[in-house]
Ligand binder design. Structure first.
Ligand code: ATR
Length: 271
């Protein structure tokens, strides 16, 4: 029987996870099935347990179930605990273990794929939601000099600073105060999903070598368009998406896929 994995979410019509994991399995010649299971909004736990009972080995979890996934796990790894949310579960000896690979996926894309050093650098995150919460610890562990979190609701940035400030230097500010001095500027708000952008000052890119929008498949978002006019390198979240999947594959199966061909196959030009 194939090793069974799945992604659980609702809705799931646009999920790329089955494609990505099928490509990974092909690289190793693994006999693996990866399904997209749209769980009822009030039936996540039931759907998950049924999948595990039927021989499933692990799942990815997406909107809106990431917090519920964390809460019903028997054990959570550091990244999931920091986020209070999980995007990846493993079933082991009847127990559910929660991880969260979004942050490490972003870090790997910025450093390994895009070739930007983060050690000793100043990094700005626009947004203080789950994406930023998951990324701060891996970036600090990689040796960034400082992380600044700019958010519409400053108290949410302050909460992340208070939670993780003992791991490195974190500043929490409003958008108006993000004037410059950042090597890497990341848009981790959800504004690009609806054609908007975070209201950052134009000078925010003055010292930057990379502007990164965490969304995937939205083309040249207003945030990336603003960045591009300053001449800074731009990237969207395709690499982050594939890298977090590779981390999951490695965690589940003990081997790390080659992400480059999958990223190449999924890249949509930023125009
Ligand atoms: P994710 O898990 O993808 O990070 P989230 O937790 O819902 O998503 O967080 C969304 C982020 O986008 C938040 O930082 C949110 O700002 P608030 O904390 O003030 O709500 C930000 N965001 C969403 N819409 C925004 C907008 N129109 N302008 C600025 N920031 C916005």
């Amino acid at each position: 029987m194939s090793a069974r994995y799945a992604v659980l979410g609702n809705p799931l019509s646009h999920t790329k996870s089955p494609f990505i994991h099928t490509e990974f399995a092909r690289q190793f010649g693994d006999d693996l099935s990866y399904e997209a299971i749209e769980a009822p909004l009030t039936g996540f736990a039931e759907t998950l347990r049924a999948f595990a009972r039927d021989g499933g080995l692990g799942v990815n979890v997406t909107v809106p179930f990431k917090i519920e996934a964390f809460e019903l796990a028997d054990e959570a790894r550091d990244a999931a605990r920091i986020c209070g949310a999980s995007n990846c579960l493993k079933f082991e000896a009847g127990r559910i273990i929660a991880e969260n690979f979004d942050g490490i996926g972003l870090l790997r894309d910025v450093t390994t794929n895009l070739g930007h050093e983060v050690a000793g650098k100043h990094v700005l995150f626009a947004g203080a939601g789950g994406a930023t919460r998951g990324a701060v610890a891996p970036f600090l562990a990689a040796g960034v000099e400082s992380i600044t979190i700019a958010n519409r609701t400053p108290s949410k940035a302050e909460t992340i600073r208070d939670l993780l400030g003992d791991r490195g230097t974190i500043h929490a500010i409003g958008f108006d105060d993000a004037r410059g001095g950042y090597d890497i500027v990341l848009n981790a708000t959800t504004t690009s999903l609806t054609g908007g952008k975070p209201p950052l000052p134009a000078s925010v890119f003055d010292d930057a070598t990379l502007a990164y929008d965490l969304v995937y498949g939205k083309g040249l978002t207003p945030f990336l368009s603003d960045a591009q006019t300053t001449g800074v390198e731009i990237a969207d979240g395709v690499g982050m998406l594939v890298e977090q999947a590779a981390e999951a594959y490695d965690w589940w199966r003990g081997k790390r896929p080659d992400t480059a061909p999958v990223i190449a196959a999924m890249t949509i030009p930023l125009t």
